[in-house]
Design a protein around this ligand. Structure first.
Ligand SMILES: [Zn+2]
Ligand SMILES: [Zn+2]
Length: 338
């Protein structure tokens, strides 16, 4: 967001002692003479219109930075003053600058109308801010202990290993092949990303990004003006603006390899084969996958083992004897012909 300065306006402050509204740049109450308090709140004179200051000296004062308070008597002095206008004290050491930069009045943003929240109960009083409950850290520690003990249990089970004599009860294999074709594919992108020579169509100007500084092909969009306390009793009226940058976005045609089919072949023996394929001129073989599943029987229990190793699978004919390693979860971790 780029912040634009529209101009400067007079602010007012209210005297703590007598309630008189005084111009922001006047440093002691015009009615009772009380000094402007350090944490004074400035307000706009007229919240509906901006009456911009034309006096160059006042504008320079607003631009010179926040006022500072004399360390000896507390009187407000201009930012560039060396000695206090009130007591003559040295302002170069120990003077406190007024806080500046606070928004005097928030920008008016139209809010969608929300339904009023219904009171929960007639007797309910506004809930005070809740302190962190004392049991929360204890709960955290308990959860941590739970996680750690689960981890220990999990890894000990996984590391546990037992050898079993087993017989092959069933085998299953699945082989799959993707068929790809070189085809026209419709894509869309910003015109500077489209490959040279591509056939483009349906182009339109679209919002691409926002910029703080001016760009060609952009529209400036600004928020509502609002006022900032400059620390001098004069308000700076600003507006947050961005340049919405537009660019050409097009559809275009490109040639790509596209998966058009997946062929599968499966069987319940130990001799696997690839699915038959007849490729056209503009087609090729894509990814191929093979899965082999052996089901073992051991002491009345059934164990399944999944592998991509075809050489191993070919030895697992029905009824053959194997030694299988089983972990604490009942999963096979290794197999070997007996
Ligand atoms: Zn007063
Ligand atoms: Zn002083």
């Amino acid at each position: 967001m780029a912040r634009k300065v529209l101009g400067y306006i007079e602010l007012v402050w209210t005297c703590d002692s007598c309630g008189t509204k005084n111009p922001g740049a006047i440093r002691s109450c015009t009615s009772c003479g009380a000094p402007q308090p350090f944490g004074v709140k400035f307000e706009r004179v007229d919240p509906d219109t901006f009456n911009f200051i034309k006096d160059e000296a006042l504008i320079r004062m607003a631009q010179s930075g926040p006022d500072k308070h004399c360390p000896f008597c507390g009187t407000r002095n201009l930012a560039d003053a060396q000695v206090c206008v009130q007591c003559g004290g040295d302002l170069t050491v120990g003077a406190t600058s007024r806080p500046a930069g606070a928004v005097v009045e928030e920008p008016v943003v139209p809010q969608p109308q929300k339904p009023m929240p219904q009171p929960v109960a007639a007797t309910a009083s506004p809930a005070p801010a809740k302190p962190t409950p004392k049991w929360l850290p204890i709960l955290g520690i308990l959860l941590l202990i739970l996680c750690v003990s689960f981890g220990v249990w999990y890894f000990s089970r996984a590391a546990q290993s037992e050898s079993h004599e087993a017989t092959v009860a069933q085998t299953y294999w699945l082989r799959q092949v993707q068929i790809e074709a070189y085809q026209v594919v419709r894509e869309a992108d910003w015109s500077d990303n489209i490959p040279a020579g591509a056939n483009t169509y349906n182009c339109s100007m679209r919002h691409r990004y926002d910029s703080d500084s001016y760009r060609p092909e952009s529209t400036e969009v600004c928020g509502e003006p609002y006022t900032i306390d400059t620390g001098t009793g004069i308000g700076e009226v600003v507006q947050d603006c961005v340049y919405r940058v537009y660019d050409e976005y097009c559809s275009y045609d490109t040639m790509q390899w596209v998966v058009i089919d997946t062929l599968s072949q499966e069987g319940y023996n130990t001799t696997a084969s690839w699915p038959a394929r007849n490729l056209a001129n503009d087609q090729r073989i894509g990814n191929a996958t093979e899965t082999y599943i052996i089901t073992f029987q051991s002491g009345g229990d059934e164990y399944t083992y999944r592998t991509k190793d075809y050489d191993l699978f070919q030895q697992a004919y029905e009824g053959s004897q194997w030694v299988i390693e089983v972990n604490g979860f009942g999963d096979i971790t290794a197999i070997e012909p007996d």
